[in-house]
Design a protein around this ligand. Structure first.
Ligand SMILES: CC(C)(COP(=O)(O)OP(=O)(O)OC[C@H]1O[C@@H](n2cnc3c(N)ncnc32)[C@H](O)[C@@H]1OP(=O)(O)O)[C@@H](O)C(=O)NCCC(=O)NCCS
Length: 165
């Protein structure tokens, strides 16, 4: 598929299903050195506290008109009463910088508001400037620094978003 043909209206966000997990795992693997196992994604479907959404892009092959539906990103969040923790957000490399991460985050925040969540937390690598910019755009603020948080020694910035303040 040619990326200049991306039409954001063909993007749908919906709860992840068993059929999506292999594609989710491939996206995770291409983006993170210390990626999750396939099993850990399957487990997320079982946890009652897990909110797990995928972004899918629907498109037709230019010459055959055959229809495809590709998983292009996902977001996972654990919710415990008034508190939520975003544990994973990732967009397929060739689809990055096309607002898919923003759409996933906006979708999740809307779900969390409906669940009356008040406090949202996440950790992000301190040199992951794109992700930090995305979170700041949605109002997340740095509240702490966890030194040597990642296996390679990089620090984690802890960010928080207060909903319904
Ligand atoms: C971080 C990530 C989820 C963002 O998703 P995305 O779809 O690429 O981001 P968006 O297109 O919604 O852009 C979000 C903001 O980041 C900026 N941005 C995105 N890609 C960028 C790039 N390559 N260089 C500079 N800025 C970039 C955008 O300009 C945008 O800000 P704006 O709306 O003010 O213009 C995605 O890049 C990704 O999967 N990265 C690898 C995995 C990862 O780091 N996940 C986060 C773990 S905490």
């Amino acid at each position: 598929m040619e990326l200049d043909l991306i039409d954001i209206h063909r993007l749908i966000i919906e709860p992840a299903t068993l059929e999506d997990i292999q594609q989710v795992y491939e996206i995770d693997k291409e983006n993170f050195v210390y990626h999750w196992s396939l099993e850990s994604f399957y487990n997320e479907l079982k946890y009652k506290w897990s909110e797990f959404f995928v972004a899918k892009y629907k498109y037709a092959q230019r010459f055959t008109a055959e229809l495809f539906c590709e998983v292009v990103g996902y977001i996972i969040c654990w919710v415990f009463d008034k508190e939520a923790h975003i544990t994973n957000l990732s967009v397929k490399r060739k689809f990055q910088n096309k607002k898919i991460g923003s759409k996933l985050l906006a979708y999740l925040i809307n779900v969390l508001r409906q669940k009356n969540v008040e406090h949202v937390y996440l950790e992000v690598r301190e040199r992951n400037f794109v992700a930090i910019k995305l979170y700041q755009k949605f109002g997340f603020k740095q509240i702490a620094l966890r030194e040597n948080f990642y296996p390679d020694g990089e620090h984690a910035i802890v960010m928080n978003l207060e909903l319904n303040p």
